[in-house]
Design a protein around this ligand. Structure first.
Ligand SMILES: [Zn+2]
Length: 489
């Protein structure tokens, strides 16, 4: 997140801001006007619903008592990692055997020719013309129709950091590339980012099958189980095209990737097949401008909080809601327990905050570090979420319950969407604040976590499904906040 100069094209932006504010008025005016104007956003989203499945926390991971798969794996040491990987591929292939024909013109699904396990620490290994030494990776190699994984480093690391379903996620993604090759859903010369996001989309279709209880070896809950799976997506970077296994460019931002996963989960394989270069380009164009500056951070301090407050005032000005008072220390609120590190008190229309607490959230994420946070944008988004509650209060909307949390995420998304610099003028920055893809990814990580206020009602409670939280945020981000009160009444 950065506080840059306003740049050029000022007048065009102002026009855009005015348009955005018209939708703010609709929030106060109730649903009917919004619905009549924008029928596509009229649908209500149930808070206990994950694309038609009930949202719940529950067991996720290998099913106890399932017979281990006997798929042949070259190079295996028959250890625990290979068993996990083999069972995962078995479930993914069995899913595609069922779904492939109905999705792709009756064609049968051919299992991949070869599964290969290797030890990236061992010398001499070679796959697809490349040395496996040092390749802490998993990949699909089209020339040899092979799915391969590093059992020595990558898989144990994934399992240790995210749990066993992280391994399943990686293999479902690699198998997604095999599906792509078989179904011909992307031309071979398609940009890497399209191939990657389509593979993420196919991963989403498979996980719906797992969530429905259809997989032999694995189960996943639609609440915290899927939260973890979606959280892993940003750590899978397999594009070997230019030898760069770590760059984000080829895969897209976490926000894009989670979007692709959710599209697959909700829409099935055919939705993934529709995902093409034009769609991916349209979604990612909005971030072009700030690529050079995306690593800038906006430290959490009084001055920058004032800028953020001003941008919120600007976005929500024409709702007529009285802007809340901002207090730079925790304050008690009559009849309420309040939230940390930011709290909204309806009785006094006050947002009070702990600067230390917000600064901690603004710390960059770091494994095993007690001071680890989500990044600067995530901190400001928590602040924005409490500010958004004041706007909702003024509109007479309930501040408790699942809808309040999702409506809040949607409104934070709408504010975020206005901070994106856009070369074609469809989005319009408010004031001087700017965000970059990395910022939105911080927000997505926080939304998938268990401790964020971004999608929380006044008491800090979130709905269990990060899936629904990210969806709500995205609705606001892409459409502004007119839909927030209709989808989440
Ligand atoms: Zn990939």
């Amino acid at each position: 997140m950065a506080a840059g100069s306003a740049g050029t094209g000022r007048s065009r932006r102002i026009v855009g801001v005015v348009l955005a504010l018209i939708s703010c008025v609709a929030l106060l005016g109730g649903c009917s006007r919004v619905i009549s104007g924008t029928p596509t956003t009229a649908g209500r989203a149930a808070t206990d619903d994950v694309a038609g499945l009930p949202a719940s926390n529950g067991p996720s991971g290998p099913k106890s008592g399932a017979q281990p798969s006997t798929l042949p794996v070259e190079g295996t040491d028959n250890g625990e990692m290979d068993r996990l990987a083999r069972d995962a591929v078995a479930d993914v292939q069995s899913y595609w055997r069922q779904r492939f024909p109905e999705s792709f013109d009756g064609k049968e699904f051919e299992p991949v020719k070869k599964l290969v396990s290797y030890d990236s620490g061992a010398p001499g290994g070679n796959l697809c013309g490349k040395s496996t030494q040092g390749a802490e990776n998993a990949f699909y190699c089209a020339q040899e129709d092979t799915v391969a994984w590093d059992r020595a480093q990558l898989l144990p690391q994934l399992r240790a950091s995210f749990g066993p379903m992280a391994v399943v996620t990686v293999l479902a993604h690699e198998m997604g590339h095999a599906v792509q090759a078989r179904a011909g859903t992307a031309p071979p010369d398609a940009p890497a980012i399209v191939l990657e996001q389509q593979a993420d989309c196919f991963t989403g279709t498979f996980f719906r099958h797992v969530a429905e209880g259809g997989a032999e070896h694995f189960q996943v809950s639609t609440g915290d189980g899927l939260n973890e799976v979606m959280g892993v997506l940003n750590y899978i970077r397999d594009t070997p095209a230019d030898g760069d296994f770590t760059g984000t460019g080829a895969h897209g931002s976490a926000f894009d990737r989670v979007t692709a996963f959710q599209d697959g989960f909700s829409g099935g394989p055919q939705r993934c097949a529709e995902l093409d270069a034009a769609e991916v380009k349209q979604r990612t164009t909005q971030f072009r401008f700030w690529q050079d500056d995306q690593e800038q951070d906006l430290p959490v301090d009084q001055r920058n909080l004032t800028q953020v407050r001003d941008s919120l005032r600007e976005v929500f000005r024409d709702t007529g809601a009285q802007p809340p008072q901002i207090v730079g220390e925790p304050r008690s609120c009559p009849g309420m327990r309040g939230t940390r590190p930011v709290s909204y008190c309806p009785a006094t229309n006050t947002v009070s905050l702990s600067m230390d607490g917000l600064q901690k959230i603004a710390n960059p994420p770091a494994k095993d570090d007690p001071n680890s946070g989500y990044g600067d944008f995530a901190a400001y988004a928590q602040f924005a979420s409490r500010y958004a509650l004041s706007v909702q209060r003024a509109a007479g909307l309930p501040l408790e319950g699942g809808n309040a949390g999702l409506r809040t995420a949607c409104m934070v998304g709408s504010w975020s969407g206005l901070l994106v610099e856009d070369p074609i003028g469809q989005r319009n920055p408010v004031g001087k604040l700017r965000i970059a893809p990395g910022d939105v990814d911080e927000g997505v990580a926080a939304l998938l976590g268990g401790d964020s206020l971004i999608a929380a009602g006044i008491n800090g409670e979130q709905v269990p499904a990060g899936f629904a939280r990210v969806e709500a945020f995205r609705t606001g981000f892409q459409q502004g906040f007119a839909p927030c009160s209709t989808r989440y009444p």
